[in-house]
Write a protein that binds this ligand. Structure first.
Ligand SMILES: [Fe+2]
Ligand SMILES: [Fe+2]
Length: 323
């Protein structure tokens, strides 16, 4: 097909050209069975903004060459928000629970396999992190944009929200990559190689899908928000009450100190912050600061993630892990 999809292309040809468009169609609420209709006719029939649909599919087809500024002009922001919300439901309510069901079939929990239990715990904490992030977007970012769409200026600026956005995207993407690596490198799937292969395929595809979703938010959606905010400012929009925000990102830096490694080992052994503070003769606040710094450096937030990191890097043996 062409380099880009156009409104007169038959919808069935677009799907045959790139099967990933199937997911986009369902997230826009378009049902299959459109016969030989064009993209334009199918979208109109489903009450979907044609330009927004085309912008999203062309972005997914070739994100590296996406002209974000031009694309942002074509987008109907409420239609894009509806698409992103449906994508969140897809990940949180359908995709991630589906992977968990397959993971449960593939790993061996019956014999108290510690690594299997850690992988499952890591996955559950990861799914919770994705859900937390998408709830943050649904409850804070989207209402922020909806306020702008009403011509009002929230006291919170997008620049402020953007920091959390970037940090959370980096975390959820890194965690899934970590999970893939842990399973591939360390999980011996003796009797369930096929099942584990299936789960890994699902995880790889979800990783790609989630990366595309986050990347679109970081670029196209962010550009739409910046433009809206700029327009409302130009028109002298009224300020509204501040929106709640999460913690701010911390400064850069990557190497773990010896003290931080000690903290990771204590967390892997199952100690609470208070117990770690007592064991290392430091305050609970200092432990919490160390844990925040470690999370920032490793892009790992969960205790299960710390534990797997500690095992994978030889800081602790699997036998010392508290389950
Ligand atoms: Fe999102
Ligand atoms: Fe996001």
């Amino acid at each position: 097909m062409n380099e880009k999809y156009h409104e007169k292309d038959p919808m069935s040809d677009v799907i045959s050209d790139d099967y990933r468009i199937l997911q986009i169609i369902s997230r826009f609420g378009i049902k299959l069975g459109f016969g030989d209709q064009t993209v334009e006719a199918t979208c109109r029939g489903a009450g979907v903004d044609v330009n927004t649909f085309l912008t999203v599919v062309n972005y997914v087809k070739d994100p590296a060459h996406a002209r974000i500024s031009e694309m942002a002009e074509q987008v109907n922001v409420p239609a894009l928000i509806a698409y992103l919300k449906n994508s969140h439901s897809y990940f949180v309510d359908f995709r991630l629970p589906g992977i968990r069901r397959k993971l449960l079939e593939a790993i061996d929990l019956s014999t108290g396999n510690r690594l299997a239990m850690l992988i499952l715990r890591f996955y559950d904490e990861y799914a919770q992190e994705v859900s937390h992030h998408m709830t943050f977007e649904n409850e804070h970012v989207h209402p922020f944009v909806e306020t702008l769409l009403q011509g009002r200026l929230p006291v919170e600026t997008f620049r402020n929200i953007e920091e959390q956005y970037d940090e959370q995207h980096a975390c959820i993407e890194k965690s899934l990559t970590e999970l893939k690596n842990i399973i591939v490198k360390y999980y011996p799937s003796d009797n369930s190689a096929q099942l584990m292969g299936e789960v890994l395929m699902d995880i790889f595809m979800t990783d790609e899908d989630l990366h595309s979703h986050c990347h679109m938010e970081d670029t196209l959606f962010a550009e739409c928000i910046r433009r809206l905010e700029h327009d409302v400012r130009q028109k002298g929009g009224e300020s509204t009450l501040p929106l709640p925000t999460d913690e701010k990102a911390e400064p850069a830096g990557t190497d773990l100190s010896e003290r931080e490694k000690e903290i990771i080992v204590q967390v892997a052994k199952g100690l609470s912050n208070k117990e770690i503070a007592d064991a290392l003769f430091i305050s609970v606040n200092t432990v919490m600061t160390h844990r925040r710094n470690i999370s920032r450096k490793l892009q790992i937030r969960s205790a299960a993630g710390f534990t797997i990191y500690a095992i994978a890097n030889g800081l602790i043996s699997l036998d010392d892990v508290q389950l």
